[in-house]
Design a binder for this molecule. Structure first.
Ligand code: ZN
Length: 263
């Protein structure tokens, strides 16, 4: 599933449609695309930004599109039609006023594009966690220590505590912070939690620089990510120090770690 760096990559690339006007919308899959969007057209895209794993389109008329990619959602942007690549798994085609268009596609039909007003957007995100790249070390340590009995890896995945981290970056951050994924939060020292905060931010930033991780079928507008080449434990057999990787299940999710590097 796309996590923060993958979604951020898509958001950076989608900036090319900011300022354009959505003139018409062709809906191929009503389960994925909110058909009420048609009622507000034409509408201008005033901004596109990321919140956790969500992409938010800020539109004119005080309206918003809330996009979640789930497992297989992705966008195409087409300036002028030369190939029909965008037609594969097409859910919705947003025709812009300059003749270009973007499409939202999803292989497994789990992703969503929902219309919301400002109040609904604010209410929705008020219930979500903090942004991991915006939180200070002190704030992060205080926040996570509110759950002393919780498993540390499960808590990193809890979107109501911190948004945007999934199974890949939780495992990577724990490896680089040298923290065993089975630890309860109460068992981890403040120094280690501080290191976890630092490594979490470093890994997320490095992954954004590398356009995210492509392990299944994540693709951004211009191709695939490169961070899979820099993974330390996720889907790896050996850690960067050449130790054998262990695989366990925590909270129903496969979890890789190194028993020599992490304690
Ligand atoms: Zn190791």
């Amino acid at each position: 599933m796309p996590e923060l760096p993958e979604v951020e990559t898509v958001v950076i690339q989608l900036q090319r449609v900011v300022g354009k006007k959505i003139a018409t919308l062709e809906i191929k899959d009503r389960k994925v695309i909110d058909s009420r969007i048609r009622n507000i057209l034409p509408v201008t895209i005033n901004g596109i930004y990321r919140k956790g794993k969500f992409i938010v389109f800020k539109l004119s008329k005080k309206q918003f599109l809330l996009v979640h990619l789930r497992m297989t959602g992705h966008f195409h942007y087409v300036k002028s039609e030369i190939s029909g690549d965008y037609k594969k798994y097409l859910a919705g085609k947003f025709n812009l006023d300059d003749g270009s268009f973007f499409t939202y596609n999803t292989i497994r039909r789990f992703g969503t594009v929902r219309l919301m007003d400002a109040k609904e957007v604010n209410e929705y995100f008020a219930k979500q966690g903090v942004e991991p790249l915006e939180i200070s070390s002190r704030h992060f340590i205080n926040l996570i220590k509110k759950y002393p009995g919780a498993n540390i890896k499960n808590k990193l995945l809890d979107q109501k505590m911190v948004m945007g981290i999934g199974n890949i970056y939780a495992q990577e951050a724990l490896y680089h912070a040298k923290v065993h994924p089975k630890r309860k939060i109460a068992e981890v020292s403040d120094a280690s939690l501080g290191l976890l905060h630092r490594e979490m931010q470093r890994i997320l930033r490095l992954a954004i620089k590398n356009n995210g991780t492509t392990v299944d079928n994540y693709s951004h507008l211009d191709g695939k990510g490169d961070f899979q080449n820099l993974l330390a434990v996720y889907q790896q057999k050996k850690c960067p120090r050449e130790h054998e990787i262990q695989r366990i299940v925590i909270g129903g999710r496969g979890t890789n770690y190194c028993s020599k590097c992490q304690s």
